[in-house]
Structure formats: C-alpha cells, structure tokens
Design a protein around this ligand. Structure first.
Ligand code: ATP
Length: 634
C-alpha cells in the first residue's frame, strides 16, 4: 500500500487501504465537530478511527506540531489501532499519533505531575500498583478502618456500607475534593481513611488504577498549566470501545477537553458492553452527547461477517436492543453447510478429539492457518486447555492458552508490550533469513527512541550501521536459541542495553514504575526459553514465542475487538455461565461479543458432563429462533 508523505488537499483525500467507506463513516472521517458513533460489530469503527487519523494527518486538518490522542481500554486494542495507522500513514505523519490505554494515560499524568498534588493526595514517587478485591475491602471496612468520630456516624453505619459497592460508590465514585470532605458521610469518611492509609501510611504508597484515574483528574483540576499543555498538544481525541468508559475516565476527559477546541470522536457499541463489573457507566454515549454536544452518527454496514452470520447476529442484537437496525453484510459467505451450529458431545475427550480433527481438516480444505481459528471459553481457560491441548497437539496443531502466564505477566499482555515486541524484532533481524520487514521496524523504533527524524539522512545512516553491527554481534554470540533461563535473560538484557533502557523508560513512563519493565523482561526471558524447547532453531523459536503456528484459546473478554475466520465456543452450559441470572444483559452481551468475532463460522459446543443448560435456556432459545441446529456427536 503506497502511503503519502506529502500534504493532500481535503477534497482529494481518499480512504487508504480499503476500497470505500460508507457515507456516514466518511462524514465522521472529515468531521470538524464532536461525534459519537454507535455501530454494531464489524461496522468498521476501529477502521474509521484509523482512516480519520490518516485524513487528519495527511490533509493537515490536525496541524503540526499538534497531535492526535487515541485512548482505548485494552493494551492490544491500543496497539492494534496504532499499527493500523502506521500501515495507512507515512511515518512522518504516524509519529504524531499517540495510541494508549486509559490506564497508561492516567498513570503517565500521575507520574509526570503527581508530585504537584496537594499534600493530602500526593503519592510517593515510587508508588506500587494494587488490584484490590472484595475481600480487601471487607477486611478494610470490618477491621482496619476503626470507628468514625461521632459527628460522622457510628461503627454500625460503616457496617451498613456494602462491600461490593464501596469502591464504585465511595472510594472513586466522584471527583476528589481538593481539601478533603468537609462534612463527610460515613462512606466518604471510610473512603478518605482508605486513601490516606494507602497514600501515606505504608512504606510505599499503593494505588489501584481507578485511584490513579481519580488522582489524574484532580491534578489537572488544580494544575491549569498541565491541563492547558494537554489541550495544546492534542487537536483531536479518539475514544474506542466508548461503551466501556467508566465515570472516572469520563470525568478525566471532561476535565481536560470539555469546551475546548480539541475535537472528540467516540466510537462504540452498547450491545458489546461487558465491563459493567469493572465500573463501566450505564450510558456514556448519552452523557457525551449532552456534555460535548456530540452529534450521533450511526453506521449500517458489517465488513466482517458473512450475510448468514449477520442474519443470526441480528437476532441476538435484538435481544439486547429491540431497536437495533439490521446491518448489511459486505462480505461473501464461503461456508457450504451450516455457518453456525451447536455440537453436542458425549464427553470432553471426544469433544477435544473431534474439534482438533475438524480444525486440521478445515485448515487443509480451506487453506487456513491456525490463527484463523479461535477457541473461546467463558472463563478458566486452564481447565479447558488440560483436555484440549493434548488432542490438538496430536493433530499437529499447537494450542496456546493466551490467558496463561510467563513469569508474572499474562501471555496476551506480554506480546502487546513494546519491550517484548522490540526484543523479538531485533532477534528476527539478527537470527532469521529474509528479515527485511524487521529491519524497517527496528530502524523506525530506534530512530523514534533516539529522536532521529525520518529526514535526517546522516543520522539515519549512522543508526543503520549501528543496527547492522549489533545484529552481526548478536548472531555470533548466540548462534542457537537459549538453553537456560540465565542465557535467555542475558540475551534480553543485552538487547535492552543496545536499545537503551533509559530511553525506553523515558518514552514509556509506565516502564519506570513499580518494576514493570523488569517484570516484562523477566517474562520475555521465561517465554523465550519455553519457546525454544526441543532444541529447535531460532526461526521456529521466534515463531513459537509469537504463537504464529498455534491456535489461540482465550476468554470472551480477551477476544474483544479481534476477529477470526472460525470461532469455536467451547462449553455453552450453566457451569460456565454460573452467574447468568445475576446480570442477564451483560452475560448476553458477552455471548454477542463471542459470536460476532467470526467472519464465516461459529460452532458452539456442549457436553452434559460439564453442566446443564437450563439456566442459560434463553441463549439456546435465541439460537433456535435464528434457526441454528444441534448435532449430537458421540
Ligand atoms: N470500509 C471498509 N472496507 C473494507 N473492510 C473494512 C472496512 N471497514 C472495516 N473493514 C474491515 O472489517 C473488519 C471489522 O472492522 P473493525 O475491526 O474496524 O470493526 P469494529 O466496528 O471496530 O468491530 P467490533 O466492534 O466488532 O470490534 C476488519 O477486518 C476491517 O479491516
């Protein structure tokens, strides 16, 4: 795909890398006002943001030196969007596009400006991150917090605070008051005790990400210079998966960008809201339209799924939103028989064998790779992996549990980490043949880290020589993949020293905090060693590291935003969906997310040994209503 470095006139601009955009998408791409785009799965919402970035950067509608900020919820979504923009834009342009997660954005602000917070809210600079759960809050409320002063309430008042809602309602429920609460309720008093304890009373401050979000909002409220700097830096703000926005994130964005000249584009799909347990707002789009004057713009196409799958999706969509409009599939169907079916197995072992044989057969017949398939489960991937993995291995397809861990990091997270990506790109460049693509990637990233502009020819040439010399040295030092953890770690550390650890931390402040960079490097070493098992060569080791030849197994939550030729959902039963009756809408939304990852085929599996199907009968009725058939396989 040819990407342009010269300026394009807005009237001459054409979508990059796709044939066309639907009329409304094009309007949003060219818009100069705040927009909310609510559209179904596969409508091209993420693509729209990538195209809008290309338009704004290539036409100069986002004028240099101002930048575009894209905030996503998940690290891989942020990485995915940045990669799409890099594909569609010349690197001179893509360099002005910052894609990050909300958590990274908020943390970056606290790390840079947190020491200017008022004393009572100021964390110590080397704070640690915590992920508190209900038990921690229960211990705090019932044991640690003590008794409030009589003017606030009684111990019984504290006991009356529901543990489950303490965080959401009290701890981070609303923006922090600069001077503390003057006449606190028992809930506010307990929240303040929690804040003061975690900020000031331990050896280090410890903060959760929601707390970091609240501190970031406060610091921008009390520090107009920092806030104005953000306003000046970013002419445009994109928010992907906006349906999952929390009140904390929304307040942060509102504090920075409400009533400013920064143009905000929010895209998402209410039917895919599966983060309510993680404090997602009830209806962030309505709040956005009211506060920011967002002009709502729907999209009608589905570019991902075949007409038959889109027809079934619409039956599910209507269960979540009776007013859902039927989308138009723009993809041809390629499956001869049923595009969707329920396979009812006698035992999990039979299920594993048949699925492995099926995938192997499909790969041959349709010339598909293992990453055209995904095995989805609702939770506890490890339990399913124990039965599925041997069967797939026997069929010659490695299975990879993306929720598994390497060291202290989840595999899926590790692979989206910049440090891991860089280490692997340099190893590919040094250790494998035909590494041209990695050459360009490595050179681009190193240039960015060292502040060398694309048009500084001498400096670029010097960098190329350095990279060349380093690759030769690395090949000579490690002709074979590592056989011990110590060697794996020394390879990773050597590459980091070449990249320049301090510069990496300067560009990615998250690496400077709480030992995160070392956790990632340790995980990379552990995973590199595991990937080289069996005395294989470098190329196969690096393929194994990235899971190039493995079929992924993951939870629905981790599959958000991704797409596959075939989705195999293992275990449509009450056991997996044990909490179905607690929040039917969210559970149905999860089911919808799983279904809509498929381009051509969805298979649900059931096995009575794992559970009944009475509690989730509504899901089965929806499939039946859509004409999905069940096949018994013994
Ligand atoms: N205008 C277009 N023309 C052709 N293909 C497109 C177009 N827009 C998007 N696509 C392709 O359709 C697929 C879905 O797009 P995208 O991931 O942007 O959808 P989405 O709305 O963000 O989906 P979801 O909400 O389900 O994650 C991708 O493979 C993308 O490359």
């Amino acid at each position: 795909m040819a990407v342009l470095s010269r300026r394009v006139r807005p009237d001459d601009w054409k979508p990059v890398g796709v044939e066309a955009l639907e009329a409304n998408a094009l309007k949003v791409v060219r818009s100069t006002d705040n927009r909310s785009v609510i559209a179904g799965p596969g409508a091209g919402k993420t693509e729209l943001l990538a195209q809008r970035a290309a338009y704004l950067l290539q036409t100069g509608a986002a004028p240099a030196p101002r930048r575009i900020l894209a905030i996503s919820f998940k690290r891989d979504a942020a990485t995915n969007l940045a990669a799409r923009v890099r594909q569609r834009c010349h690197r001179n342009h893509a360099g002005r596009f910052d894609s990050m997660t909300f958590d990274a954005f908020a943390k970056g602000l606290v790390d840079r400006f947190g020491q200017a917070l008022p004393e009572r809210w100021r964390p110590r600079p080397d704070y640690d991150i915590m992920f508190p759960n209900d038990r921690d809050y229960r211990d705090f409320l019932y044991q640690t917090v003590g008794t409030p002063p009589a003017s606030v309430g009684t111990y019984a008042d504290l006991q009356a605070i529901a543990v489950k809602t303490f965080e959401r309602r009290h701890l981070v429920g609303s923006p922090l008051p600069v001077d503390g609460w003057s006449q606190p309720t028992p809930g506010q008093w307990a929240a303040d005790r929690f804040w003061q304890t975690t900020l000031h009373e331990g050896k280090k401050s410890i903060l959760s990400f929601p707390m970091i979000g609240r501190l970031a909002e406060l610091l921008l409220r009390v520090n107009p210079m920092a806030r104005d700097a953000l306003r000046l830096t970013y002419s445009h703000l994109f928010m992907d998966e906006f349906q999952d926005t929390t009140q904390i994130q929304y307040d942060l964005v509102r504090t920075i960008y409400l009533d400013t000249d920064t143009v905000v584009t929010a895209v998402g799909d209410n039917k895919q809201q599966i983060m309510r347990w993680a404090m997602a707002m009830d209806d962030p789009f309505t709040a956005f339209d009211a506060d920011f004057g967002g002009k709502r713009t729907p999209l009608y196409n589905n570019y991902r799924s075949s007409p038959e799958l889109v027809r079934i999706q619409h039956v599910l969509a209507q269960a979540l939103d009776a007013r859902a409009v039927a989308p138009v599939s723009k993809t041809a169907g390629t499956i001869a028989g049923d595009s969707c079916a329920i396979w009812d197995f006698s035992t999990p072992e039979v299920e594993a064998d048949r699925l492995a044989a099926f995938v192997a057969g499909e790969m041959k017949t349709h010339k598909l790779g293992p990453r055209d398939f995904v095995l989805l489960v609702r939770q506890k991937t490890i339990d399913y992996a124990a039965v599925l993995e041997p069967a797939f291995a026997a069929a010659g397809i490695p299975l990879r549990n993306e929720a598994g861990t390497a060291g202290a990091v989840m595999l899926q997270e590790l692979l989206a980490e910049e440090a891991s990506e860089l280490v692997i790109a340099i190893l590919r460049l040094a250790m494998t043949k035909r590494a041209g693509r990695y050459w360009t990637d490595c050179q681009g990233v190193l240039a960015a880290l060292r502040g060398v502009a694309p048009d500084e020819e001498d400096a670029q040439a010097k960098l190329a020589c350095e990279l060349d010399a380093y690759a030769i040295k690395l090949t000579a030092a490690h002709p074979r993949p590592p056989k011990s953890k110590a060697v794996a770690r020394s390879i990773v550390d050597d590459i980091l020293a070449f990249i320049d650890r301090e510069r990496l931390i300067a560009v990615h402040p998250a690496y400077g905090q709480g030992g995160w960079l070392d956790k990632v490097l340790d995980a990379a070493a552990v995973h590199l060693l595991a990937s080289s098992a069996g005395g294989i060569d470098w190329s196969s080791t690096l393929d194994a590291y990235e899971g190039v030849h493995a079929i992924p197994l993951m939870t629905i939550h981790k599959s958000k935003g991704l797409e596959y030729h075939s989705v195999i959902f293992v275990g449509l039963d009450d056991g997996a969906w044990w909490s179905f009756s607690n929040d039917q809408i969210e559970a149905t939304a999860g089911f919808f997310v799983a279904f809509t990852r498929a381009k051509q085929r969805v298979i649900f599996t059931y096995c009575a040994r794992r559970g009944a199907r009475s509690k989730i009968a509504t899901l089965y009725s929806l499939l039946e209503k859509a004409g999905v058939r069940t096949f018994s396989i013994t």
